[in-house]
Design a protein around this ligand. Sequence first.
Ligand SMILES: Cc1cc2nc3c(=O)[nH]c(=O)nc-3n(C[C@H](O)[C@H](O)[C@H](O)COP(=O)(O)OP(=O)(O)OC[C@H]3O[C@@H](n4cnc5c(N)ncnc54)[C@H](O)[C@@H]3O)c2cc1C
Length: 459
Amino acid sequence: MIGKDILEKFKEIVGRENIFLSKEALKAYSYDGTTSWIKEPDVVLFPTMNRQIASVIKIANSAKIPVTPRGAGTGLSGGSVPIRGGIVLCTTRMNTILNVDTENMTVSVEPGVTLQDLNLRLAEDGFFFPPDPQSMLSATLGGMIAENAGGPACLKYGVTKQYVLGIEVVLPTGDIIHLGSKTLNNVVGYDLLHLFIGSEGTLGVITQAELKIIRVPPARNTIVAVFNDSKAAGETVFRILENGVIPGKIELIDNWVINKFEDMMQIGLPRDAGAALLIESDGWPEAVLQEIGKIAEIAARYGAREVRVAKDVNEANKYWMGRKAGFAAVFGAAKTVLAEDVTVPRGKIPELAEKCKELGRRYNVEIVVLGHAGDGNLHPAILTDITNNEHYDRAVRAMDEIFETALRLGGVISGEHGIGLEKAKFFTKYVDPVAVDIMKRLKMLIDPNNIVNPGKIWD
Ligand SMILES: Cc1cc2nc3c(=O)[nH]c(=O)nc-3n(C[C@H](O)[C@H](O)[C@H](O)COP(=O)(O)OP(=O)(O)OC[C@H]3O[C@@H](n4cnc5c(N)ncnc54)[C@H](O)[C@@H]3O)c2cc1C
């Protein structure tokens, strides 16, 4: 519990309108995009400037109150769940796009700017910010940087860290530091910037960022390749790349998602198909035309039973809306959803996809498989119910085997959602103990009182 005197100080710092204490508010900020983690904070603060965050954190540090940074709370690893109570420090009211510099192709943002708002603003000048978590309507840039978020477009364009040039951070001591710069190259001492990117809000609060942006490609088109099984679809992914074509996006959806897709959009995908690839080519019009032809040819060669090229933008948009909605539908399909984001070298996708299906049969649980196949990043999701011990136990054992398989295939336990709470128990099991020790010591150095997002990444 936070004392009344401290809460009064917080009110003075952020303003009465930017502090939530009601039962409903504490409940609303007790969870994120996961379905198994929940913990209410003692207070939710909505600072509007970096100085306020620094003042709050100084008090929290001396009183040893946990502070959990939070953007939109769409994270899929429990990162913004205040597992030790204390303060949820939500940045959504720091949502100004400070500067768009088209000459240098950079933009300065506050951390609470949503990806959607940024891209709408950039579109006015013909630019965009490529990393595209499918939660773009509400995901914030602060949350994306803290998770090093990816998305479908990262196959061709790279993940968030490739677009962050500089950040301002309030450290757990309350000091404000600036890392990186506005330049593309920067080799000045240790690369602390990239230590903070992907650190899941455990090293400080990002209060501003300088990001790289790029021109919207003049043309794009979408192709859908339908397969009898995930294995053939998986093989087609790396065959396309091996043949020198780098599409903007390659997404894999399995039979479960195809059927959800059809329930929602009635687009005419065959309900008995084992899997489909949604592929987008973008670039100069002539190049897109050639790429689409080549992709269709390769997909047919490696077993596609049907290849469709979108007739127009409307049809293409329907496929991509369906992809987005398909993943969201997974979370509504069961009381508890174990949704992971294991990543393997691309050549191993067929094996991983097959293994997921085999485990589903063996443990008698529904395992949905979809994901950013072009990156080797799959999202096997197990539909279960944490209140049904027997079912949940089977689901957890199946997921353990998925992790084991990914690692055996040379992969990692997270490609974009981070470790947070969800994968903390696997982290120490699968990461080199010396590396874990270095990470723990870095955390202790930067956050000696362990107040910023405690309990995350490792137990
Ligand atoms: C339907 C759906 C689809 C998704 N698709 C993708 C996808 O394709 N790719 C992908 O990568 N992710 C995806 N996600 C996960 C999630 O949306 C991303 O991780 C996103 O970047 C989180 O942003 P957020 O603002 O919601 O952050 P939150 O969930 O609020 O926070 C995430 C983490 O960042 C920390 N954090 C937040 N703001 C700050 C800050 N200012 N400073 C320091 N730390 C901070 C938090 O403490 C937490 O650890 C998806 C989620 C959903 C629900």
